[in-house]
Write a protein that binds this ligand. Structure first.
Ligand code: G4P
Length: 528
């Protein structure tokens, strides 16, 4: 029995690829996701994902949509089968949905696809998301999108990746012309040309070549573009990085693919290569050492909790990343923090559009657990054992607001709400030090404030008012003797829930000055 289970686990783990797409708004993430889902047959109609996104953004009242749809239109995991692989794409909300959840979702991915607009290059939100992936050392694959538009040269983009993100890159293919002149891409690994033709790219024409000097390319692209291609690739051969799978796996080198998502150009080649090179689920660190995915005991951890915005259904969904063993519906597992066994009765799996009840699932998969309020972010579940996974990272808030409760009599409910929403990871809470006793909320995305305000009213019956503050940075300060007087100019001293001291700064200059003036103190981006 055991032998069969371990064989089954090995097979299932080998075919799984769980990743997130990281990008700045408008780079084309929705478009790319949709094309990937189409290849996987997970959706039949182009436009399905797009339509969902449109409905999300057309309405400023995001809560209204949540209400109508029940749970979680904003959060999802898309699963499909393609070419012998089981693919899980984790959605990382951007735009106004950007929140700490976006960061935490990345902890559940085994690799990331960084999507970049050829004209805009590396943008702000990409940098933030990249850094989270970098810290975890997960492999990052780059797709340079919108090749059908005029943009920066591929060399400029490679230089930018190195300068801004500090990562070396290796182009897997190379554009032949760009924008209006785009003729195709040269696949450096397979020595072939993929032709970009007209409007319908449902079938991509591929021509085998001996190498990039092949006269076939000159015939197709003309002298000018071919000369340029040869010149570029010769330079890359001599001065560029060699493809090195070990470096890719270690997150030190990013393979680059060029294409155009909206034209479906280069997307399938990207998907094929990506699935071959991207890692399968690997071991996860726990307090008692690494847990291998093929370990027969089921384990997993909660990385996200999504509240139901419908006041008629107060339930929540806890997103669990499976780390080892086989999940079966109805199984009993240990909820380690709570110290009790629970039955996983109605788990859900997230497909492109609908939620399905899941019967079995394997490491790398994400399942949604019905949560009557028993889970917290970072909770570990395990079968017949007490495995505790390492704590999920917290992230430095960047937007702050003071809270006042409109009706002082509601203080108890208010406190309950604050506790609950902090546990879910919706907000971080700070208290001022000295002077007035004030509550300050910190978040990474504006939507978190809206959600907080809405849920306080809808779930706890508390009307609050938020007063935006001008601080932009939070640093946890480790020092033997803390003097609040030192942090008055363009900054303020507060305490987090655990009593750690945190300084909020209005700008980078104030932060640097404080660091210079307090050389013996440590300023940490997250709680120690
Ligand atoms: P996002 O999820 O990253 O925010 O981006 P999304 O896919 O919504 O794409 C943003 C815009 O970029 C869309 O245009 C989309 O059509 C366009 N786009 C995506 N891929 C490509 C590409 O390869 N080439 C070109 N030229 N455009 C691309 P939009 O005008 O905002 O929407 P739509 O009305 O065209 O759908």
């Amino acid at each position: 029995m055991s032998k069969t289970l371990s064989n089954e686990l090995q097979l299932e783990v080998d075919k799984r690829r769980t990743f997130a797409i990281i990008s700045h708004p408008d780079a084309g993430k929705t478009t790319l996701t949709e094309k990937l889902l189409l290849f996987g047959g997970a959706i039949r109609l182009a436009g399905s994902v797009k339509a969902r996104k449109a409905s999300r953004h057309a309405t400023s009242d995001w809560m209204e949509i949540e209400k109508q749809r029940g749970i979680s239109v904003t959060s999802s995991v898309m699963q499909f089968d393609y070419d012998g692989h089981r693919v899980n794409i984790l959605d990382t909300p951007g735009h106004q949905d950007f929140s700490e959840d976006t960061y935490r979702t990345l902890t559940a991915a085994d690799s990331a696809v960084m999507l970049i607009d050829v004209a805009k290059g590396v943008e702000a939100q990409t940098i933030k998301l990249f850094q989270v992936c970098r810290k975890r050392g997960i492999p990052i694959f780059t797709f340079i999108n919108k090749l059908d538009r005029e943009g920066q040269s591929p060399f400029e983009l490679m230089e930018e990746l190195e300068r801004v993100l500090g990562i070396r890159s290796v182009p897997m293919n190379w554009p032949i012309g760009m924008g209006r002149e785009l003729c195709g891409v040269y696949d450096r690994m397979k020595n072939q040309v993929e032709l970009f033709q007209g409007n319908d790219h449902s079938t991509i024409e591929v021509r085998k070549t001996d190498d990039y000097n092949d006269p076939i390319i000159r015939e197709m692209a003309g002298d000018y573009l071919h000369d340029q291609l040869v010149q570029d690739l010769e330079l890359l051969d001599v001065a560029g990085d060699q493809f090195d799978i070990e470096k890719v796996r270690a997150g030190e080198l990013t393979p680059i693919f060029f294409g155009s998502a909206v034209n479906n150009f280069g997307v399938q080649t990207f998907l094929d290569n990506f699935l071959e090179l991207a890692p399968k689920p690997t071991e996860r660190m726990s307090k008692s050492g690494p847990v291998e995915p093929t370990n027969e005991k089921f384990t997993g951890y909660v990385f996200k909790i999504q509240a139901n915005m419908n006041p008629a259904h107060r339930d929540r969904i806890a997103f669990l990343r499976i780390c080892s063993g086989r999940f079966e519906r109805g199984m009993s597992v240990r909820h380690v923090r709570a110290g009790k066994d629970i039955k996983l009765a109605q788990p859900q799996q997230f497909l492109a559009q609908d939620r399905d009840i899941v019967e079995t699932a394997y490491p790398g998969d994400i399942i949604g657990l019905f949560d009557p309020g028993i889970f917290r972010i970072g909770d570990s579940l395990s079968q017949n054992s007490e495995v505790v996974f390492d704590e999920l990272p917290t992230f430095s808030p960047e937007i702050f607001a003071k809270v006042t409760v409109k009706n002082a009599l509601k203080h108890k409910q208010y406190q309950k709400g604050v506790d609950q929403l902090t546990e879910e990871g919706t907000i971080q809470v700070f208290r001022s030090v000295g002077g007035f006793d004030e509550t300050i909320l910190g978040v990474v995305g504006h939507l978190q404030f809206e959600v907080f305000e809405y849920r306080m009213r809808a779930e706890y019956g508390v009307e609050i008012q938020l007063h935006r503050m001008t601080f932009q940075f939070a640093r946890w300060i480790v020092d033997d003797k803390i003097d609040p007087a030192k942090f008055r100019i363009n900054s303020t001293l507060v305490q987090d829930k655990k009593g750690n001291y945190v300084v909020l700064f209005e700008n980078e200059y104030a932060m640097r000055t404080a660091m210079d003036k307090n050389p013996t103190s440590k300023f940490l981006e997250t709680a120690p």
